[in-house]
Design a protein around this ligand. Structure first.
Ligand SMILES: Nc1ncnc2c1ncn2[C@@H]1O[C@H](COP(=O)(O)OP(=O)(O)O)[C@@H](O)[C@H]1O
Ligand SMILES: [Mg+2]
Length: 594
């Protein structure tokens, strides 16, 4: 996701502003939280005023009757503070978590809409940190920081006005104290924006390394590369540490200044105030109230540092989110795309060329191929010749770069993705299973499949082993469940593809991980499925190729020969070569097993 790094930091606040649509449903709750926060902090600030009355009234006059009233008021203020503090936290806890969930769901939905080509290049760790910590940061700011920013600024203003009226020379001093705060805030924001972006990006990098190490643990261990991979991790994690230190230092400096300003202010207020009391310009009670209020103002000023820091971090987080949100799904329904309906299954490649987005050369060019309804065509080619790329074009995991692919005569880009993918079923080289039951994995593409259809698909794919799992079809498999062998996973993926008898079946080397015995069984079952379905099957072994009516030889990104297996074997030396290399190794494998 390197292109993301180039994004200018100037847009940060703009991105945060764009998040306002997520706040809109919670305007009412935000108002309640704002008022509650105002009451809480207001009550806290009012207590010194009560002290002023106590000192200037009952204490000065020696009349204790007013004491009860003022004591009751102080108690009431304390209760108000507690109750409204609770209300704010309570409202905040559910509505802000709702908002966080809404953002996260949108991000997830968008990631699902983005094409395979985007995910080819996006680092998983970057996406994971965006979906987790970035969104949490935004929630913390919108649900907490923003409210206190407004509340604190309001209180600072109100208290300052009050102080100005109480004794204007000292009030003016408080007003002037805002000048250094504003100045250092500007400097801080400028430095912090860069540091926080770098930290958040590095967090994504660290997550990527951890993710790769976890997914690739077998290879890492088997090759004895723990140290190398560990070294990469250490490098990333040290960089993150360094960047975090830079961030913390900036924050610490800023905080020190925010701490210093109220202290200096307090010292000056005490000094000048004492002189004023001595001169009789100010009552003792007013000075006590003044000093207490200035002490209490220290908190909003200090909190400003924290609020601005998370504000900046959430602006950066919003930037990172919008980098994903602003990526348009390139593969989407065209305006006016129609439902494919029940497809007969006439699949045609017309002058198809393909280049991976961002790559500098074509993987496929000038592909012309027709697969008649019900026909099976095998694709044979050396590794890297573009077989997988060719199969990925049919369900529109990628779009062709030139030419077109038609199904029943309609360009597949003119029908809805949903109907296309309902008609075209696929199984890939490395079958992915999700952390779910075997049944859920099977019915992923067809949630409405009946038990009979599931049983048939299992039987076709020779995946009967699922019945022997501890809880049968209900057994949880995938990452958080039972591990299956490569062959078992391929058979499940195959069952998933043939479930519900799709019009077009695209199989990318579906039998590669099967042993000779199972392969024979699956081939036998596949023969029955393929008889009724249009199919494009990438094949390596002669026995699989024999399932097909015709074979297309893919060489250098284009189809150089089409014919029956025997025709090609007779006519095309290159075909003979590719298949004999495969069958030799097959014999070796078979020999090894006996
Ligand atoms: N996501 C990708 N981005 C760019 N190039 C790719 C990508 N996937 C594969 N390629 C390249 O495209 C070519 C064809 O790959 P592929 O279709 O997987 O070959 P095959 O399945 O025949 O072994 C290879 O040269 C490969 O390096
Ligand atoms: Mg391949």
């Amino acid at each position: 996701m390197s292109e993301d790094r180039s994004t200018s930091n100037k847009g940060s606040l703009h991105s945060l502003w764009r998040m306002r649509s997520y706040l809109r449903p919670y305007i009412g709750q935000m108002t309640v939280m704002g008022i509650a926060a105002l009451v809480t902090v207001g009550a806290e600030l009012a207590i010194p005023l009560v002290s002023q009355r106590v000192i200037d009234g009952p204490l000065a006059d020696g009349d204790s009757s007013g004491l009860w009233w003022l004591g009751g008021l102080a108690l009431l203020l304390g209760v108000l503070e507690a109750v409204f503090g609770f209300v704010r936290r309570w409202v905040q806890s559910f509505c802000m978590l709702d908002m966080e969930t809404a953002i996260r769901n949108d991000l997830y939905a968008h990631l699902q809409r983005l094409p395979v080509a985007y995910h080819d290049r996006a680092q998983t760790g970057q996406l994971v940190t965006r979906a987790t910590s970035d969104i949490t940061t935004i929630r913390r700011f919108l649900g907490f920081g923003l409210i206190f920013l407004v509340v604190n600024v309001t209180l600072f203003t109100v208290v300052t006005i009050y102080l100005l009226r109480l004794y204007w020379p000292l009030g003016l001093l408080v007003v002037l104290s805002a000048v250094p705060v504003a100045y250092f805030t500007l400097i801080f924001e400028r430095e912090y924006i860069v540091a926080s972006r770098r930290c958040q990006d590095l967090q994504g990098d660290v997550a990527t390394v951890v993710e790769e190490a976890a997914v690739g643990i077998r290879i890492v261990k088997a090759l004895g590369r723990r140290r190398t991979i560990g070294g990469r991790f250490l490098h990333e994690s040290r960089q993150l540490r360094r960047a975090s230190l830079v961030k913390v230092r900036i924050l610490a400096k800023f905080w020190a200044i925010l701490d210093l300003v109220p202290q200096v202010l307090l010292a000056l207020v005490l000094l000048i105030g004492a002189l004023a009391v001595a001169a009789g310009d100010l009552t003792l009670g007013s000075l006590v109230a003044f000093v207490s209020l200035v002490v209490l103002l220290a908190w909003p000023i200090e909190a400003l540092g924290w609020i601005l820091a998370i504000g900046q971090e959430s602006a950066t987080a919003a930037d990172r989110l919008y980098e994903v949100f602003d990526t348009e799904p390139m593969i989407a329904d065209r305006p006016g795309a129609h439902d494919l309906g029940a497809a007969r299954g006439l699949l045609r490649f017309e002058g198809v060329g393909f280049r991976f987005p961002g790559a500098d050369r074509d993987v496929l060019h000038g592909i012309d191929l027709t697969v008649e309804p019900g026909e099976t065509v095998a694709i044979v080619g050396a590794t890297g010749s573009g077989k997988t790329a060719l199969t990925a074009l049919v369900p529109r995991l990628y779009d062709v770069s030139s030419g077109r692919i038609t199904l029943d005569g309609t360009d597949i880009r003119d029908v809805t993705l949903t109907s296309l993918r309902r008609a075209v079923a696929t199984a890939f080289e490395d079958p992915t299973l999700f952390s779910a039951s075997a049944r859920e994995n099977l019915t992923l593409g067809r949630l409405d499949a009946t038990d009979a259809e599931i049983a048939e698909a299992i039987s076709v794919a020779q995946a009967d082993f699922v019945y022997d799992l501890p809880w049968g079809l209900a057994t949880r498999i995938g990452e958080q469940g039972l591990s299956l062998s490569g062959g078992q996973r391929q058979r499940l993926a195959l069952a998933r593809a043939v479930l519900g008898r799709p019009s077009v079946l695209v199989l990318d080397d579906p039998l590669s991980a099967l042993d000779i015995h199972t392969e024979g069984l699956v081939e036998e079952a596949l023969r029955r499925v393929l008889a009724a379905t249009t199919a494009l099957v990438v094949a390596h072994r002669p026995s699989t190729v024999l399932l097909a009516d015709r074979v297309a030889l893919l060489e250098g990104g284009t189809i150089t020969a089409v014919g029956t297996h025997h025709e090609l074997l007779d006519r095309v030396p290159a075909y003979r070569q590719i298949l004999s290399a495969e069958s030799d190794s097959d014999e070796v494998l078979a020999g090894g097993r006996r």
